[in-house]
Design a protein around this ligand. Structure first.
Ligand code: SF4
Length: 505
């Protein structure tokens, strides 16, 4: 902590405190209750860092005022004051201080007239409410320190940008002027600063009931502390599609699923879950399952894509955050008396360099044309996802549009059986995910023991291979990716078998 500029609040603390004063207090005083940063949180930070650097390239030749430590910003604040006096055209990480509040701005510009333009960089495609809170706090500190910006803007990602060659930073980013909005919030900011400072200077943990604010705008790291066993599977916060219902029940003093009154209005899936908790009863609707099974046309094609969706698009012709397929697995079943035939595709990561003879998406389409039979249902789990990837391919590869669109008409969604609770076992709890359904129906088949055992990890692994950050044995990892995706479609086939047998009994 700086002796010269002792700060009680910063912009991250302020945003945290506005979400929940107790959260802010615990972050500062009981850090040990906070779980360690997960790999996916770290990946988000790393992405944010990369986007921040790209934004600096959009406003090049700036002076970087980043503090040498995260604990003492004296150097950054003094250096900022010095550069502000000189009206240096571009500053990165300029630090301002006023009345125990610190703020660090991503990019600051001085125009030819010496006016200040403040820019905060965000690595999302939308303008979230808390960006305004964050920016308003920064405006407050700057203005009260005698450096009121002429404009305050958010620089984030233009999701309509389509890569064509090197990233065009002017097109990749979009800038939104929020000056009027942040000025309108200044009184609210002053009020909240005073309240939060009082709380932080006190020694008592603020009293705050759990509520929707615990996950809005961020999942709070102290949920296990404040919520205790309310997150257990037998509690109402685990009811499928709970929303308002679970809060209404909680405020009526009901915490156990089994205590929900008989006459309380629930949907079919929720009724199955509550009955499962009360009596251990399963629910199997043979009629609906039979209708679902019988509408399928053989040969069946159990199908699953794996995708990357990087913020910075890798492949020409793709956009930020676009789901780009790099792998698929396909089990083809001619009839129930035979074993399925397996087909698979895994792109070569080097083909994402944009200099290859063949686009890897085209290579994937070509193999799909060879692998898919001309007839027969395509069975996916959460089929909207696979259909969405194919629709995008059809848009981007007009020569294959007819083939790709013909696939879309053949999909059926295995998820329907479980999300509609035509087949429900109490151990499924509120989940209809294949990862939870598989062990209950086909216990011998498991994702446990696989080096890559979920779609997010598969995606991040392949993205790191494509972006050149991958560390490890490439061949082994490619085999891990193939094993994971293969298990997804084998799992669908095995679940299909169970359902088939069920309707025969
Ligand atoms: S879990 Fe909820 S009540 Fe507890 S600190 Fe977090 S936001 Fe506040």
């Amino acid at each position: 902590m700086s002796e010269k500029y002792p700060h009680v609040l910063s912009k991250s603390r302020f945003v945290s405190g506005v979400q929940c004063a107790k959260k802010l207090f615990l972050e500062l005083n009981q850090k040990e209750l906070k779980p360690a940063i997960s790999a996916s949180q770290q990946a988000v930070f790393d992405q944010g860092h990369r986007i921040g650097k790209m934004a600096q390239d959009l406003y090049p030749n700036g002076i970087d005022l980043t503090s040498l430590t995260h604990f003492d910003y004296t150097d950054a604040i003094d250096n900022t004051l010095n550069e502000m006096r000189k009206k240096t055209p571009v500053l990165y990480e300029a630090a301002f201080y006023n009345n125990e509040v610190l703020s660090v701005l991503d990019i600051l510009l001085h125009d030819a007239n010496g006016n200040i333009h403040a820019i905060e960089v965000k690595s999302s495609g939308s303008l979230n409410d808390y960006y305004i809170t964050d920016a308003s706090l920064q405006y407050w500190v700057m203005a009260n320190a005698g450096h009121a910006p002429e404009t305050f803007s958010i620089l984030n990602i233009n999701t309509n940008y389509k890569k064509n060659g090197p990233i065009d930073l002017k097109d990749f980013f979009k800038i939104t002027d929020i000056t009027k909005t942040v000025i309108a919030k200044q009184a609210w900011i002053s009020e909240n600063i005073e309240q939060l400072k009082l709380i932080l200077k006190g020694s008592e943990v603020p009293v705050k009931e759990i509520g929707k604010h615990c996950s809005d705008p961020f999942q709070c790291d102290f949920k296990s502390h404040c919520w205790g066993n309310l997150l257990d599977p037998d509690k109402i916060f685990n009811i499928y599609g709970g929303g308002k219902k679970m809060w209404d029940l909680y405020h009526d003093g009901i915490t156990y699923l089994a205590d929900i009154p008989e006459n309380y209005k629930l949907n079919h899936r929720q009724i199955c879950q509550v009955n499962g908790q009360k009596t251990g009863a399963s629910y199997i609707d043979k009629k609906n399952i039979a209708t679902f099974i019988n509408k399928a046309v053989y040969p069946l094609h159990f199908f699953d894509f794996e995708t990357i969706n990087t913020i910075v698009p890798v492949l020409n012709g793709t956009k930020p955050f676009q789901q780009v397929g790099f792998q698929y697995s396909l089990h083809i079943l001619n009839n129930m008396n035979e074993e399925p035939i397996h087909k698979e595709f895994l792109a070569n990561e080097n083909d994402f360099s944009n200099i290859q003879a063949k686009n890897p998406r085209q290579a994937m389409i070509d193999q799909m044309k060879a692998d898919f039979g001309e007839t027969g249902s395509i069975v996916a789990y959460k089929a909207d996802f696979e259909m969405g990837i194919i629709k995008k391919l059809a848009e981007d590869f007009p020569n294959d549009k007819i083939f790709l669109e013909s696939l879309i008409t053949r999909f059926i969604d295995l998820l329907d059986v479980f999300s509609n609770a035509w087949y429900y076992l109490p151990v499924m709890g509120k989940s209809a995910s294949i990862k939870d359904v598989l062990p209950t129906l086909v216990p011998h088949l498991t994702y446990k023991g696989l080096n890559i055992n979920n779609g997010e990890l598969a995606s991040k692994t392949f993205a790191s291979m494509v972006e050149g950050n991958y560390v490890g044995n490439l061949n082994d990892t490619r085999n891990d990716l193939l094993a994971y995706c293969k298990l997804d479609t084998l799992a669908m086939f095995e679940i299909w078998k169970v359902l088939n047998n069920e309707i025969k009994i």
